[in-house]
Design a protein around this ligand. Structure first.
Ligand code: DGJ
Length: 463
């Protein structure tokens, strides 16, 4: 190589090193900008302002206080002979074993008795409006609320909240040895409230079919997770629900309509949406009036989402497969400042498991999993969604960024005695799990569900 030539090479190399570092620094700068943008982009000026005021309010601060639980697992019952102890060391019980054991000494911790029931009709003094997750919750007539796997409709016309759910006030049994615990269909129950705490029983708005064995609502079948939305175009209240046989092999959705939120609802038909299996499901009505059906499919290994027809009586021919291979059920969707969020559970029958939160820029996806939203309690509380399973998220328009997480604490030994776990859900702050795209920077705000033994909404929660 000649001297001139090698000088030229050095110049070229140093030139490329300089442009390389420019590229690297520009990239780092870009990532930083992206990070800052992702932290602040979801706060539009007006609602951001309101949120600040609300989050400074002392009763809001109570909602986000982290509350620990320290439940001691009782010592094993009965003495074991030294020989037996040698043969097979006794498996230590976990809090989940205790929860599932109907004879556990800790039963009262998870399923406190009638003496501690929430009774909005008695003089509660300073205890008014407090939610006690897991306690029996009485309606205005003093009967335990029966609205399991439920959802809430806020009816603008009557300015009333309606809570629909499975009315399960019957005996629990197994249809056969391998079948899941069940209660015969009684129907979908409906309760009304102005304050989300005092609930009046509006009766069974869609009743079981007692005699016709070929009917979807025949009492020996399954009706789960009813959800109701209002259609502005037709003026009808439309209910969708999971319809199944006692072995969960039918895997369909049913549709019913009514002119009134309090029914009675006329049952129309069931179907396999888009030709696919559908088990746990929910509805989500977007701000533009388009409603979506979200359901667990393909043996619960994935979720499907698709818009309903404008009359909400059928699915359209558009559908997306989401969270493929993630085995999620019990979906509950909500929207915050243009971003869609969804809470789901794992698939372990009536036993509790870990919740996950997912987020998406478009309701049709792609959806990305952000992690476990549960905060407080203790590790097992967080791994079991506070011993409950998601069913719905209630928006509180007067408190931007604040929602009520609604979940069921199932009691598989006596399903009618399953409890409600309502907790504050707050959207805010960066997510704690690096996401697949956006270069590992948080794209969405964190979703947090705070455990509380007792809590209430801040006094100015209405919109
Ligand atoms: C879990 C589902 O989320 C419930 O709705 C119910 O279908 C149970 N499985 C039945 O085991």
């Amino acid at each position: 190589m000649s001297g001139n030539c090698s000088q030229l090479m050095v110049r070229v190399l140093s030139g490329s090193r300089c442009s390389m570092s420019t590229v690297v620094w520009s990239f780092v700068g870009f990532l930083l900008m992206l990070h800052l943008y992702s932290l602040f982009s979801h706060k539009d000026a007006t609602s951001g302002e309101i949120q600040l005021q609300v989050t400074n309010h002392p009763s809001f601060r109570e909602l986000v206080e982290v509350e620990e639980e320290n439940i001691q697992i009782p010592p094993p019952r009965g003495k074991r002979s030294p020989r037996a102890a040698k043969r097979r060391p006794k498996r230590t019980t976990t809090l989940i074993d205790e929860f599932l054991d109907e004879n556990s000494q800790l039963r009262h911790v998870f399923f406190p008795d009638m003496k501690t029931a929430i009774d909005p009709m008695k003089d509660n003094g300073n205890d008014s409006f407090y939610y006690y997750p897991g306690r029996i919750w009485l309606d205005t007539e003093g009967a335990p609320i029966q609205a399991h796997g439920g959802g809430i409709l806020y009816d603008e016309r009557s300015r009333t909240y309606y809570w629909y759910g499975e009315y399960k006030d019957g005996p629990t049994y197994h249809a056969h040895k391998k079948a899941a615990a069940r209660v015969d269909i009684i129907g979908a129950g409906c309760y009304s409230s102005k304050d989300l705490w005092t609930w009046k029983n509006e009766g069974i708005v869609l009743a079981a079919e007692e005699t016709n064995e070929t009917h979807d609502l025949y009492k020996l079948n399954v009706l789960e997770r009813p959800k109701v939305i209002y259609n502005e175009n037709t003026g009808k209240y439309v209910m969708w629900m999971h319809i199944d046989d006692c072995n969960y092999t039918k895997a369909g959705v049913g549709v019913a309509i009514s002119d009134y939120p309090t029914g009675p609802f006329d049952y129309l038909y069931s179907m396999r949406p888009h030709g696919f299996e559908s088990r746990d499901m929910t509805l989500f009505k977007d701000d533009d009036g388009v409603a979506y059906l979200i359901y667990s499919s393909e043996d619960n290994s994935e979720l499907h989402i698709g818009p309903l027809t404008p009359d909400y009586l059928d699915v359209s021919n558009v559908v997306r497969r989401i969270l493929i291979g993630e085995h999620r059920e019990a979906p509950a969707l909500f929207k915050h400042q243009g971003t869609y969020y969804m809470i789901t559970s794992g698939c372990t029958g009536w036993a509790p498991n870990e919740a996950l939160v997912h987020a998406a820029e478009s309701v049709m996806g792609p959806w990305e999993t952000m992690g476990n939203p549960c905060i407080g309690g203790n590790k097992i509380f967080r791994q079991t969604t506070f011993f409950s399973q998601s069913t719905y998220v209630i928006p509180l328009p007067g408190l931007p960024g604040s929602y009520i997480f609604m979940a069921d604490r199932w009691n598989p030994a006596d399903l009618r005695d399953s409890r409600y776990v309502w907790l504050p859900l707050i959207v805010g702050g960066p997510a704690d799990r690096p996401l697949e795209y956006n270069f590992g920077f948080p794209l969405w705000s964190r979703v947090s569900i705070y455990w509380h033994k007792k809590w209430k909404l801040p006094s100015r929660w209405t919109g």
